[in-house]
Design a protein around this ligand. Sequence first.
Ligand code: GLC
Length: 726
Amino acid sequence: MINQYYRTIVFIIFTSMIATGQNEEKIEKKIDSILSQLTLKEKVAMCHAQSKFSTPGVPRLGIPELWMSDGPHGVRAEINWDDWGYANWTNDSITAFPALTCLASTFNPNLAKAYGVSVGEEARYRKKDVLLGPGVNIYRTPLNGRNFEYMGEDPYLASKLVVPYIQGVQKNGVAACVKHYVLNNQEKWRDHINVEVSDRALHEIYLPAFKASVQEAKVWSIMSAYNKFRDQYCSHNELLINKILKTDWGFDGAVITDWGAAHDTYEAAMYGLDIEMGTGTDGLGVTTANHYDYYFLASPFLKLLKSGNVEEAVVNDKVRRILRLMYRTSMNPNRSFGRMNNKEHHDVARKVATEGIVLLKNENQCFPIADTADITIAVIGENATRSLTKGGGSSELKPKFEISPLEGLKKRFKNAKIIHAMGYASGPSAYDKVLPSEWDADSLKKEAINVAKEANLVLFFGGLNKSHLQDCEGDDRRAFELPFGQGALLQDIAAVNNNIGMILLTGNAVDMPWIDQVNGLIQGWYLGTMGGAALADVISGDVNPSGKLPFSFPAKLKDNAAHYFGELSYPGDGVNQYYKEDILVGYRWHDTKKIPPLFAFGEGLSYTSFDLSNFKIDKKSYSNGEQITVSGEVSNTGEVSGAEVIQVYIGKQKSKVKRALKELKGFKKVVVENGMTASVNIVVDVNSLAFYDADIADWNLEKGKYVMHIGNASNRISQTIKFEIK
Ligand code: GLC
């Protein structure tokens, strides 16, 4: 009986693989036939925008337009046909999911899949064919305005989470568009800065998440970055697109520019660009009506083709890729209808938020807080009430609703007395300027101190707010410390109440001179629609936090690798910038240079405690192509159930090349009931230990001795195991 069952399963899988193969073959034949019917003008028209967020189909042949929309955390409100203004529709309010930094903090690939499926359903329901996300640029500096949209400083973590996210989105017949390919690791001078970085760092740090998106997730589109790499714009870059992406990795989808990132017709034709979006052609970099015909891949491209200087095969390859994208999306007869603002999506948003929130400090039993009538809680800070789904740039959202931290706390803490004071105020949210606050800072401070005096406990909701220069696209932060006088306010409050729980809502690390003044510290991210509910879940103990930092928090800015090497390293000299830290990004830098961070990559506390023990590997030595099976036990030695993230780092001893002390090569999140012990198994591919050898332009698995470091944070290693590669 059982055998029959398995035989049936195998048959189904096998036939479905053949069906997919046949299906792809059928589609290629259809594409051939369409190509043979298209005029040159129609082919060229498909390679560039017809509006702010769409490209034309071919009405004559019944080929529909292709519609795109931001963004990584939810479907952006409808934008006008010809300019960046919002169309002010009344039916485009959606679910705002937590920022991807929060998703990364969950260390939970299953949640990443659920996130992708949900945001993909909303994009499908809003009739968008391409969702312009996720972003996986690496966290190199804590000042980068868009770190909140990305997945942290480690390429392995980003790769493991971006793949299920993309698979989830594309299950809906909506293309993900992984971005920004590549080296867009800051916002300052993003539209022209030329990044110089070694082959080794490019392949080991900055490319892996894109490579996994292409080779494992089979992403259907990719967005090129604004900046240059080795003096060639990323949007038409022979090495990055023709060689690495399309030849080496076998990418069969479409390369779409970032908006306004194309700069030259011949280069765009020859160096791999397929769809040009967002170009401003009146010389001022802003769009004018009916300028689409003057795009680089519009009439200038048509002229180039007619001149014979560029083969028609060049435009045929672009159109083939675009038609393939359409058959997977706008011309895919089997795709679902999608849905939005439904309970399942809210539940996913809440779960990603509660699992991504990171408890960094918890002394004097600060957290969790019991909901008792005899406690007065002072909720202080603008971020307790300010909408954080607004702002940030292109990932800005118009949610159906957004639960603020204050609302979440009031709903959950029915018995406690909760008093709110703004404490500090920033100006209204703006993309490209700092607007002054209309509040008087002194009176806000006085009111907050009075409220704090009367309370048993202060919950300070501070951080950044996705306004210009504060975690926002288009520019970087100018300073590492918290803005709007929060640091000084915190000191004043500490003078009247020494029981403070700090909740930071940011997408970046910040300076914490006040860390000793607070009993508890929660890194709260930008949590979206369900944010306040999720924060109340964790603050009340309804949910035991299990988030782990996806990037290091340096004690001071100079301790960060990019800033250690000065101006030419970050932000560059306005023309070039040099990634002098090379492969030593983030914890790789802190570990190897022995510069301890304030809080480390992979760090996060729980309301319970865990004990890791008896970890071992299955052999003493391995050869390439094999897998290392790591097994051990995690005991929950505390009072409440919780989840722990076991992290496996590996380093090479006496390597012939420069190496980081250790690098993340495996992780597993396990839920353990209090008093119980769970066994955990993690598999590491031996080939993932190779370094990128520029001399042979390939990966090189060095033989010899290696050390495995097993722990629950990059700075909390409980066991090391030696092994060899023969
Ligand atoms: C923006 C962003 C990109 C976004 C695009 C469309 O400049 O860099 O991430 O998807 O333009 O809004």
